[in-house]
Every structure is written in structure tokens, then in C-alpha cells.
Design a protein around this ligand. Structure first.
Ligand SMILES: NC(=O)c1ccc[n+]([C@@H]2O[C@H](COP(=O)([O-])OP(=O)(O)OC[C@H]3O[C@@H](n4cnc5c(N)ncnc54)[C@H](OP(=O)(O)O)[C@@H]3O)[C@@H](O)[C@H]2O)c1
Length: 306
């Protein structure tokens, strides 16, 4: 039985804890010995998380409020994460309504914001959908906090949608001369735990980027230095990129999503740095060189990429 009294009385729930960013958040809670409940969609996933002693997995589906009663019971604060590829607006808005009905007072929304200066959040469906969910949450009457990280550094790892092509040892993207300021998910996870366990974050938004704005050439330079194996950037046209994604079996919706994203990144090639959340919560911003060094094996052996 998890002893919440040793730490405090707050009952904290994280959704999406089996995904890329949510898993890092759950690991950070566990590393610090802070009790947390995690919503998962299957018994198998519950068993995997239950191996961490301070994590209490509960099965439910954010799209099916009738399955959420046990997960939402007595919860004081939720960190809400779900997949950008699975009906994100429906999923999160349904969950917000269910949380409100269950009496949850406060939701921290894991949102997103591109680092590009002047990037139009409305033209890229990912950021547009986050905006719609933020508005729904603000209108719900619940206390809210928005955490808006920029592009994850993890999306340069082989095996991810926009990562290094392991056969070519190249980033093959239609990125033009754009500079991005990606952020390490491990940094975001530390800020998530601070927002979930601290007080006074209601009605506030926290934007996060990494500490440098880098061209794709600068990104592969750092991967090369960290791995000792030459990597390069190969610019492709938007049409060729669409063909590559389609040939790799990605659904039309994903192809369109990335097309929109890179078109707007090319149009807004400069990035700004937003390190206020790092500073406020005492998190040292991870550089891409540090990230690549930590993940050198995963860059060279795609099976290890998370
Ligand atoms: N990619 C980026 O660079 C970036 C940057 C900033 C913000 N973001 C945002 O970060 C968020 C998380 O992204 P991610 O890549 O970490 O996601 P992910 O790896 O796809 O993980 C999604 C998680 O949500 C869970 N989930 C999805 N639908 C659910 C439902 N109906 N009920 C319960 N759980 C459900 C999944 O559970 P299962 O394990 O059961 O599938 C999984 O744990 C997204 O909103 C994304 O837009 C992304």
C-alpha cells in the first residue's frame, strides 16, 4: 500500500504515463519517492508500472468516462497527457469533463508551443488542438495550469517520426534553414513534478524550450561528436518527404501533420529561447550535446531508442 501520509496528503494522477513524455514524468516521481497514481489502458501496462513501488496504476480510458471512476476518486491534481495522434481534442476534453464531474479541483495540461518566432499556432494542427483544449479547460471552471514545451530532443532519436535515419546516419527532413530550440523530456519531467507538487501555479502558463536554437546541420554535428560516427543532414523537398513517410507506412493524417509543421517552420526559421520554467524550478537546461552523449548508444543502435 502506498503511504501517502509520509509525503503529504495530495492525491496526484498522471495520464499518458506509458507514453514518451509521460513515462519520463512517472520515472521522475518514482526517483523522488513521491506517490503518484497513473492512468493506464490495460492490465499489462498496469503490471509494468506497478514494478515501481510508489506508483499506483489504475486502468481506464480517457475517452470513456464510465471507466474513470476509480482513477479519479479523491484526486486533487491531474497532469493530463495523451497522444497527439489519437483524437487528442476529444480525448482530453472528455477527460476534463469527467474530472470535473468527479470533483477534481485542478488540472495541469501538458500542452505544446513551437519555438519559432512568429510560428502561427493555428496553421499546425498539433498546436491548434492544444489551444482548443486549453480553452476548454479554462472554460470548465476548474483550476488550470498550462505547460507548453517546444519540440522534444527525443524526436531526433532513430525510430521516431522525425529522427535520424539509421541506415543513412542522416536526418532526412524538409527543414530548410530553420533553427529549432528543442527541449529534453527529462527537463520537462522535472518541471511537471514541481508543478504537480508545488502550490500557486493555478491560472499560470509555463513555456519551455531548450537552451540553444540549432540548425539541422548543427544538430547532426553534435550527434557526430557524441557518437564518434559521422552523421549528416540531408535536405529533402516537402514532396519527397511526403513520399518517404507514405512509403514507410505512416497514415495520411500523420503525413499531413508533419507537412504542416515543416512548412510553418520553414516560414518562421528563427527560434527564441524560453528558459523561465527551468530557472524557476531549478532545472539545469540540458544541451543537445549532453542529450546526444547520454543517448549515444541509442543513436547507433536504433533498438535502444526510446
Ligand atoms: N512531439 C513533440 O515534440 C511535442 C512537443 C511538445 C508537446 N508535445 C505534446 O506532448 C503530448 C504527449 O506526447 P507523447 O509523444 O509523449 O505521446 P505518446 O508517446 O503518444 O503517449 C501518449 C500517452 O497517452 C495515452 N493515451 C492516449 N489515449 C488515451 C486514452 N484514450 N486513455 C488513456 N490514455 C491514453 C497512451 O496510452 P497507451 O500506452 O495505452 O497508448 C500513452 O501513454 C502530446 O499532447 C503532444 O502533442 C509533443
Amino acid at each position: 500500500m502506498i503511504n501517502r501520509k509520509n509525503w503529504g496528503e495530495l492525491m496526484l494522477l498522471v495520464t499518458g504515463g506509458t507514453g514518451m513524455s509521460g513515462a519520463a514524468v512517472i520515472r521522475e516521481f518514482a526517483r523522488r519517492g513521491i506517490p503518484v497514481r497513473a492512468l493506464v489502458r490495460s492490465d499489462d501496462k498496469a503490471r509494468a508500472l506497478a514494478a515501481m513501488p510508489t506508483v499506483e496504476p489504475v486502468v481506464g480510458d480517457m475517452l470513456r468516462p464510465e471507466t474513470l471512476r476509480a482513477a479519479l476518486q479523491d484526486v486533487h491534481r491531474v497532469l493530463m497527457i495523451s497522444s497527439p495522434r489519437e483524437r487528442m481534442v476529444d480525448t482530453q476534453c472528455t477527460f476534463i469533463d469527467a474530472a470535473k464531474a468527479a470533483g477534481v479541483p485542478h488540472i495541469v495540461k501538458f500542452s505544446g508551443k513551437e519555438s519559432g518566432v512568429g510560428f502561427d499556432a493555428e496553421v499546425f494542427r498539433g498546436t491548434r488542438q492544444h489551444g482548443q483544449i486549453e480553452q476548454h479547460l479554462e472554460r470548465s471552471g476548474l483550476a488550470w495550469t498550462h505547460l507548453r514545451p517546444s519540440q522534444f530532443m527525443q524526436f531526433y532519436l532513430p525510430g521516431t517520426l522525425t529522427g535520424v535515419d539509421a541506415d543513412e546516419r542522416a536526418l532526412v527532413l524538409p527543414a530548410g534553414a530553420s533553427r529549432l530550440a528543442p527541449v529534453d523530456i527529462e527537463d520537462i519531467a522535472k518541471v511537471c513534478v514541481a508543478l504537480m507538487t508545488g502550490e500557486g501555479h493555478e491560472g499560470r502558463s509555463y513555456d519551455m524550450t531548450g537552451p540553444e536554437a540549432l540548425t539541422m546541420h548543427e544538430v547532426v554535428e553534435r550527434i557526430t561528436a557524441a557518437t564518434g560516427v559521422p552523421h549528416r543532414y540531408r535536405e529533402v523537398s516537402p514532396e519527397e518527404y511526403r513520399r518517404r513517410l507514405t512509403a514507410a507506412g505512416h497514415p495520411q493524417g500523420t503525413v499531413d501533420l508533419l507537412d504542416e509543421l515543416f512548412a510553418e517552420r520553414r516560414r518562421r526559421p528563427d527560434s527564441e529561447l524560453r528558459l523561465g520554467a527551468h530557472r524557476r524550478f531549478g532545472v539545469e537546461p540540458t544541451t543537445l550535446a549532453q542529450f546526444a552523449t547520454r543517448n549515444a548508444a541509442a543513436f547507433l543502435t536504433p533498438a535502444l531508442a526510446a
